[in-house]
Design a protein around this ligand. Structure first.
Ligand code: AHR
Length: 500
């Protein structure tokens, strides 16, 4: 079976946005404590940050890191986490039924972000708090001095402002589970007023309003409209969140999760543009897909502690990912890249231990999950412009998405370096598919490499001891005549083809 791709350097969707390769660190489970911060660990630095995790973060190639939540932020008092650690209060974290020791707060996170070479993307609490606390936090992070909060930051050891540019106005405020959950109108008003006040402190910000927590939310569609009717002029982006998992043994539908993501993005863009049309606005609101991943969210690993048990950094949401999960993550990356004209920022949720590409033992070893690889390759090799690909693919039937393309793909082309990269998944459970990539529109090209990630057992997961057993390897099955490249992709595989 063959699939064909017609590529042309002038079929540009948009430049690759580095912000597509963001992730997320929440005070949740062992993401912070035992994840990025583990003072007893042999690789920990003077601030208690794990060097092995920072090395993995660099290899993963991430741009932004959203912090400190998630559901956690909607009950968070940021000033609990500043000043001498011994004086910081422990608090109940109602979102995750845990105890937050506040050992790590905004100053520590900013130091970690600088060491890891990532851009912080902060969220403010619009659940139990509002405008005043948001502007105080902003002045603490970005103020130059001469005001109470900016001077407090200096007193706490950071003379220079952190200059945080991206801010989320709350988190999942449409969700009944959210502390301080609001109606669309209530939230839209609060988001608009918070945004206006924040811009008075620092006009040079990118502000993200909460969209829907998922396409199955009963308010999806009307939520975006109502929020933006109140806040359109004051915000820059609207958020999307989506998690995917295999249900009822239906692997074929799970592998087509990218189709579900495509539809969700296109529906959000339609809702947002509807408000634009009705307001006769020139400004276009784009999307921050600031939570996405595979998450088995009804599974045992995701059950909160209960009753009198309020542990610090419990094992929570520690999903272990399979080869199929990695192929799905690859498919979701293809969907995000394909929509780069409207999705300008995205965050894989999350970074360490909690539904994460990086796992650690507290005080011990660390390893890469299967999902690490597609993210790292896409982040590294997607450069220049995203190209629209004209694809002809065989199709197959799925229960959830109907007829889907067996091969899904996207390409990037860097006019400066001449690099052309094709990212593709084969969603067939049983059949190899040969992808024919016609490169004639690019002139003379050479094949740099073709890699594949697959395994005869789609459910194979790795552990700390077997982490190296699933990784991209050279695809032995390629044929290149200088004009058309034929790459045979095994069933259920993630593939990267690089030409220059
Ligand atoms: O990423 C885990 C949780 O998923 C986040 O805290 C929340 O925003 C979402 O529901």
């Amino acid at each position: 079976t063959h699939a064909r791709l017609s590529l042309d350097p002038s079929f540009v969707v948009a430049p690759v946005s580095r912000k597509t390769f963001g992730t997320f660190v929440e005070h949740l489970g062992r993401c912070v404590y035992g994840g990025i911060h583990d003072p007893g660990h042999p690789t920990a630095d003077e601030d208690g940050f794990r060097g092995d995790v920072i090395d993995f973060v660099r290899e993963l190639g991430i741009s932004t890191v959203r912090y400190p939540g998630g559901n956690f932020v909607s009950g968070y008092r940021w000033e609990d986490g500043i000043g001498p650690v011994a004086d910081r209060p422990a608090r109940k974290d109602l979102a995750w039924h845990s105890t937050e020791p506040n050992t790590v707060g905004v100053d520590e996170f900013m130091r970690w972000a600088a060491k890891a070479g990532v851009e912080p993307m902060m969220a403010v609490n619009l659940g139990t708090r509002g405008v005043q606390d948001a502007v105080d936090l902003l002045d603490y992070t970005n103020g130059r001095g001469g005001s109470f909060h900016s001077d407090l930051r200096k007193k706490n050891g950071s003379a220079d402002p952190y200059g945080v540019k991206m801010w989320c106005l709350g988190n999942e405020m449409d969700g009944p589970w959210q502390i301080g959950h609001k109606t669309a109108y209530e939230y839209g008003r609060l988001a608009a007023e918070t945004a206006r006040a924040m811009r008075l402190v620092d006009p040079d910000l990118t502000l993200v309003a909460c969209g829907s927590s998922g396409s199955s939310m009963p308010t999806f569609g009307t939520w975006e409209r109502q929020v933006l009717e109140e806040a359109y002029d004051d915000v820059d982006l609207v958020s999307m969140h989506a998690y995917y998992w295999e249900e009822d043994g239906d692997l074929a539908s799970f592998l087509a999760s990218g189709v579900t993501m495509d539809n969700f993005i296109e529906d959000v863009v339609a809702s947002v543009d509807h408000v634009r049309a009705a307001k006769k606005a020139k400004k276009r609101i784009n999307v921050s897909f600031d939570e996405w991943n595979v998450w088995y969210l009804t599974g045992e690993a995701s059950q909160n502690p209960t009753g009198d048990d309020w542990p610090i950094a419990p094992v929570l949401l520690e999903d272990h990912y399979s080869v199929a999960d990695a192929v799905v993550v690859g498919g979701l990356l293809i969907s995000l890249l394909r929509h780069s004209d409207r999705v300008v920022s995205a965050s894989l949720a999350q970074l360490v231990n909690v539904i994460a590409p990086i796992m650690t033992e507290t005080g011990g070893r660390s390893w890469k999950q299967t999902t690490f690889h597609p993210f790292a390759q896409a982040s590294r090799f997607a450069t220049g412009d995203v190209l629209r690909v004209e694809a002809q693919s065989p199709t197959h039937e799925t229960k959830k998405q109907g007829d889907v393309a067996t091969v899904d793909s996207v390409a990037t082309h860097d006019p400066e370096t001449g690099e052309l990269t094709v990212f593709a998944i084969n969603r067939s459970l049983t059949d190899s598919v040969t992808l024919d990539v016609d490169t004639r529109a690019f002139g003379a090209m050479r094949l740099v490499e073709a890699t594949q990630l697959s395994n005869p057992d789609p459910y194979l997961k790795v552990t700390v001891d077997t982490a190296d057993s699933v990784a991209p390897v050279a695809n032995p099955d390629t044929a290149w005549n200088g004009a058309v490249l034929e790459v045979t992709m095994p069933p259920l595989s993630w593939n990267v083809v690089r030409l220059a």
